[in-house]
Write a protein that binds this ligand. Structure first.
Ligand SMILES: N[C@@H](CCC(=O)N[C@@H](CS)C(=O)NCC(=O)O)C(=O)O
Length: 239
């Protein structure tokens, strides 16, 4: 199937019985969560990319929120990245990513809820670079929180010795912050300031699912710039 993002007026590609389909957008950090889970668990699937500025009607019928990721198999369809990731993890039980310990599960939920603030700060860096000083200070507080959490957990991952779902939930935004950090030194995560967080970035970058879903820095910067200017270049890098 072509990787090009399907627009309104396009035909819905026929579903194949039993084959998982991920509705995605190449550069979406939320869809990347689902791609990480699929890759980590070696779950066979196909990808249908959606043009998010000109969505096909058939996609809006499947997900009235109009967001990616969504996952479909036979008569089942799930959207929202956390619901998608957890459903995939529950159905494909090997290599389980969600913690079984209730206390750890509660704390991973706290990290996830808190993570929204880091996501907002990332969008401020992207959309309002003139506010870099203020947002860098705010990001510093968030980085410190993750640094302390990793210290408590022993690392190298938030999941401990292995990556867990929470690592995959937060990685895509950290990947993008790393890329923007090449432009804005003030938000760069440094080994001297944040040794645990730097080690986490080093460790997670070697995880096969992360390597498989990572986006080339130049392409990601191009996409982020195009999105910031209001005309996201979804098909950039797709032949
Ligand atoms: N809460 C949603 C957010 C997903 C989301 O915002 N995805 C963006 C692309 S990165 C999207 O689909 N935007 C299209 C729109 O909001 O119309 C999730 O976790 O899945």
């Amino acid at each position: 199937m072509s990787e090009k993002h399907l627009r309104s007026g396009s035909t819905l590609p026929a579903l194949k019985p039993g084959v998982i389909r991920l509705y995605s957008m190449k550069y979406c950090p939320f869809a990347q969560r689902a791609r990480l889970v699929l890759a980590h668990k070696n779950i066979p699937h196909e990808v249908v990319n959606i043009h998010l500025k000109d969505k096909p009607d058939w996609f809006l019928l499947k997900n009235p929120q109009g967001t990616v990721p969504a996952v479909e198999v036979d008569d089942k369809l799930v959207y929202e990245s956390t619901a998608v990731s957890e459903w995939l993890d529950d159905v494909h039980a090997s290599n389980r990513l969600q913690p079984s310990d209730p206390y750890r599960k509660a704390w991973d939920r706290i990290l996830l809820e808190y993570f929204g603030k880091l996501g907002s700060a990332f969008y401020t860096v992207l959309l309002k670079p003139e506010e870099i000083d203020k947002v860098a200070e705010e990001l510093g507080k968030h980085y410190k929180y993750y640094e302390e959490t990793l210290a408590k957990r022993g690392g190298p991952y938030f999941g401990g010795t292995n990556p867990a779902m929470i690592d995959f939930y937060i990685w895509p935004v950290f990947e993008r912050l790393q890329v923007l950090g090449t432009r804005h030194k003030k938000i760069h995560i440094d080994k001297s300031n944040y040794p645990k967080l730097s080690s986490w970035i080093e460790a997670i970058s070697t995880v096969p699912a992360v390597k498989k879903t990572t986006i080339d820095t130049k392409a990601l910067l191009h996409f982020l710039d195009s999105a910031a200017s209001g005309t996201p270049d979804f098909d950039y890098g797709i032949n």
